[in-house]
Design a protein around this ligand. Structure first.
Ligand code: G1P
Length: 289
């Protein structure tokens, strides 16, 4: 069973400035919950018990989000707002967070490497909380369930438009193993030309711990950064790595359009926001006629 998940959360969130000048991008909102809340609940639904946040000094608000706020709890209790009180206790009580610092911004691979001693030679999940999924079943759970049979690293895959491949890690497929699972034979981080396919790696990974040794020794790749994709490629060459197309819709919430689309998608789950959404959309259509 996989019990640990690494959440790299040290980035500046420059694509969402000025909102992210004083608020961590992971605390940007969809309806009434921050992005990190959805991502953590997805991990919990996959059986994850320990969450390792790879963080930085400007991200302290994240620690607070997963801690008890004693004064708030007390005030909610006294005001008889028991549902809210229990909801707040639930957020703080369901996760065992561990915070490790990434002192320099040297890339995603470097961020993951900071969690090596906590991972301690166990398979683990990586969740990039910019990527938020609207799905029936937790996307992390879908990956973890497949890992139980293959026992090799698995990356989440999504087909993207050819003009978007340069934004992703892009894989090459060796064989189709059925039910959305592929054995991989190559992957390239942000290919400028000749992408090996249109299947892009999304922000969900199940990794075997050998990737940590590779991360400790590889040279910087694209953008002068230690790239997670490069380390997974080495594991692929030395052993085996799979890719999996998941059930669900992905939203890149690190940019305006993705965050807005996610807000609309998730608004469907809240009856009060759904009616507001329908009203506003009607207005929008009318104004554009
Ligand atoms: C990272 C990874 C990339 C992956 C992407 C998914 O890139 O390096 O391989 O395809 O996440 O969101 P970033 O978006 O952080 O530049």
């Amino acid at each position: 069973m996989i019990k640990k998940a690494v959440f790299p959360v040290a980035g500046f969130g420059t694509r969402m400035l000025p909102a992210t000048k004083s608020i961590p991008k992971e605390l940007l909102n969809i309806v009434n919950k921050p992005l990190i809340h959805y991502a953590v609940m997805e991990a919990i639904a996959a059986g994850i018990e320990e969450i390792i946040f790879v963080t930085a000094n400007h991200k302290r608000a994240l620690d607070d989000y997963f801690d008890d706020n004693f004064q708030l709890n007390q005030a909610l209790k006294e005001a008889g707002k028991t549902d809210l009180y229990h909801e707040m206790k639930d957020i703080a009580g369901r996760v065992h967070p561990i915070f490790v610092r990434q002192k320099e911004q040297k890339g995603l691979g470097h961020a993951i490497l900071q969690a090596a001693s906590v991972i301690n030679n166990e398979p683990f999940v990586v969740i990039l909380p910019d990527d938020i999924f609207y799905s029936k079943e937790s996307v992390t759970k879908q990956l973890v369930d497949r890992f139980a049979t293959v026992q090799k690293s698995i990356v989440g895959l999504q087909s993207v438009a050819p003009e978007k491949t340069h934004l992703y890690g892009v894989v090459s497929i060796d064989s189709d193993e059925g039910n959305g699972l592929y054995k991989l034979n190559d992957m390239v981080e942000k290919p400028k030309v000749n992408p090996p396919s249109n299947k892009a790696i999304v922000g969900r990974y199940v990794l075997t711990p050998d990737v940590m040794d590779v991360l400790a020794s590889i040279k910087p790749g694209v953008g002068g950064e230690i790239q997670l994709t490069d380390a997974i490629l080495k594991v692929c060459q030395d052993d085996a790595v799979y890719g999996m197309e998941y059930e669900g819709r992905r939203f890149d919430c690190g940019n305006k359009e993705g965050l807005l689309r996610a807000s609309i998608a998730f608004a469907r789950d809240y009856p009060d926001t759904l009616s507001a959404l329908i009203d506003e959309t009607k207005d929008l259509h009318n104004n554009h006629r």
